[in-house]
Design a protein around this ligand. Structure first.
Ligand SMILES: CC(C)(COP(=O)(O)OP(=O)(O)OC[C@H]1O[C@@H](n2cnc3c(N)ncnc32)[C@H](O)[C@@H]1OP(=O)(O)O)[C@@H](O)C(=O)NCCC(=O)NCCS
Length: 155
């Protein structure tokens, strides 16, 4: 997605190097395990097979989503989505989800897959609300031992 998308008082666009510090801060504020390092983010920002999208307002970063593509694969993988505490409940995750799905479609993907912790009811509700179907489980998927559900959606 090269263009920006406006959503109420926020804009969704591709992340750039200047977003790095805020992305890492949001990562640590949002997850208690499996944090992406600044180095990993730097790599993903420059990669043709990753897309980092951010939702921003005039004050700063509201949310982010990271999706991976694989060469010649019709399946995209939504690695993570997170919204800052101050911005939750305003449809920002919904907008980020729509934007990563659009990016995946533009990349030629037909399916989005993701893992979500079984102890994350808010995220499970988000994905089920927007058409994701549970199809498998990954035991002890996370570094802290939590199990994941696998979900997918036809794009
Ligand atoms: C999960 C998360 C991304 C939701 O972000 P958000 O911007 O508040 O979500 P939205 O306002 O776009 O909500 C969209 C839908 O998600 C669901 N949802 C979101 N938060 C929810 C909650 N706390 N409880 C139940 N359902 C919730 C609802 O179905 C909601 O639709 P509705 O408003 O029509 O009911 C956010 O809570 C977060 O960043 N959590 C920490 C990081 C995380 O767990 N990420 C997901 C795993 S990678």
């Amino acid at each position: 997605m090269s263009e920006t998308v406006s959503h109420s008082d926020c804009t969704i666009r591709r992340a750039v190097a200047d977003d790095l510090d805020a992305l890492v801060a949001l990562e640590h504020a949002s997850f208690n395990t499996d944090h992406l390092s600044p180095r990993q983010y730097r790599k993903h920002l420059a990669s043709a097979t990753a897309r980092v999208l951010v939702a921003v307002d005039r004050i700063g970063l509201l949310g982010k989503a990271l999706v991976f593509f694989r060469h010649a694969s019709p399946i995209a993988r939504l690695y993570s989505i997170a919204v800052a505490d101050r911005a939750r409940g305003r449809g920002i995750a919904k907008a980020l989800l729509a934007a990563v799905e659009e990016a995946a479609r533009a990349h030629g993907c037909r399916t989005m897959r993701l893992e979500v912790s079984q102890s994350n009811p808010a995220a499970i509700a988000l994905y089920e609300r927007y058409g994701y179907r549970r199809f498998a489980e990954r035991r002890e998927y996370y570094e802290n031992g939590e199990h994941a559900w696998r979900y997918e959606k036809a794009l």
